[in-house]
Design a protein around this ligand. Structure first.
Ligand SMILES: Nc1ncnc2c1ncn2[C@@H]1O[C@H](COP(=O)(O)OP(=O)(O)OP(=O)(O)O)[C@@H](O)[C@H]1O
Length: 259
């Protein structure tokens, strides 16, 4: 198993944010975590990429407990796109992407020819190569998000952990990103709010109040009853005519109780 989240619990300031959560991601598979705001998705990811020490349980990557590794070695195992992943300094796009190679470099060692080619090809993949010489502070939200995704990809980790990677992306870039992750057979744990995008993943895990209340194939998990129970929303579930994945349809009338 590439990533094994084993009996994870997080208690902060007396609140149980994550409760006894276990989840595996096989090599080359994509697992989406979905759930209402505040259900604990980011907290789980923070434990996986090492920003938070769980109160109980452990995270294993390829059988190794990440907490036993130093920062550099851990960063070769897991790369993260976080919700607060921006930069306050006006580095160029190319410089920010190249920072993804830091865990693989010694001191001020320059990038090798292979690494420079890797950075360029990943920038082309996520459609930011044309922005290479621009300062990141002047980018649009979606452009910056794609730069940060590129930085995580060039890190070449075993496992990619992506917290709402489609945030800010237009529809074409959302689809392009998930297609790329799938085509390259990356091992991915990601948080998504769009349940129809989550339905394209191999496994969907549903969080509610810190508990994993369902996990499995999208068609088994994304049912009308579960969406009603967990999200409090009435949806109609139809089968995608081409892929067979479940697709959720909703109308504004069903969500009219206020936010
Ligand atoms: N340091 C903290 N102390 C107390 N509670 C916290 C702390 N950090 C997060 N929380 C709470 O933990 C809960 C889970 O937060 P988390 O960010 O994991 O949710 P999420 O499912 O990712 O939500 P969203 O969909 O809104 O991004 C929330 O209620 C949040 O307010």
């Amino acid at each position: 198993m590439e990533l094994c989240v084993d009996d994870l619990s997080v208690t902060l300031n007396g609140a149980d944010l994550v409760r006894e959560l276990s989840l595996d991601v096989e090599r080359g598979r994509m697992v989406a975590l979905v759930g209402p705001n505040g259900s604990g998705k980011s907290t789980v990811l923070r434990c996986v990429y090492g920003a938070l020490t769980p109160s109980g349980g452990r995270v294993l990557v390829d059988g190794t407990d990440l907490s036993a590794l130093g920062l550099r070695r851990a960063a070769r195992q897991v790369a993260a796109l976080t919700q607060q992943g921006g930069t306050e300094l006006d580095f160029t796009v190319a410089e920010v992407v190249a920072l993804g190679r830091t865990p693989h470099l010694r001191g001020n060692e320059p990038l090798s020819a292979r690494e420079r080619t890797l950075c360029e090809s990943v920038m082309a993949d996520v459609d930011v190569l044309h922005l290479a010489d621009r300062g990141v502070l002047g980018l649009s939200g979606g452009e910056l998000q794609r730069v940060l995704i590129a930085r995580a990809l060039v890190q070449e980790p075993r496992v990619l952990v992506l917290d709402e990677p489609t945030n800010h992306l237009d529809l074409r870039h959302q689809v392009r990103l998930l297609s790329l992750l799938r085509a390259r057979a990356h091992t991915v744990l990601l948080v998504l709010h769009d349940l129809n995008l989550a339905a394209t993943c191999d496994t969907v895990g549903v969080l509610s109040q810190g508990r994993l209340v369902a996990s499995g194939a999208p068609a088994d998990v994304l049912t009308r009853e579960r969406v009603r129970d967990v999200f409090g929303l009435e949806v109609t579930v139809v089968e995608h005519p081409l892929t067979g994945n479940p697709q959720l349809l909703y109308s504004l009338d069903e969500g009219a109780e206020g936010v």
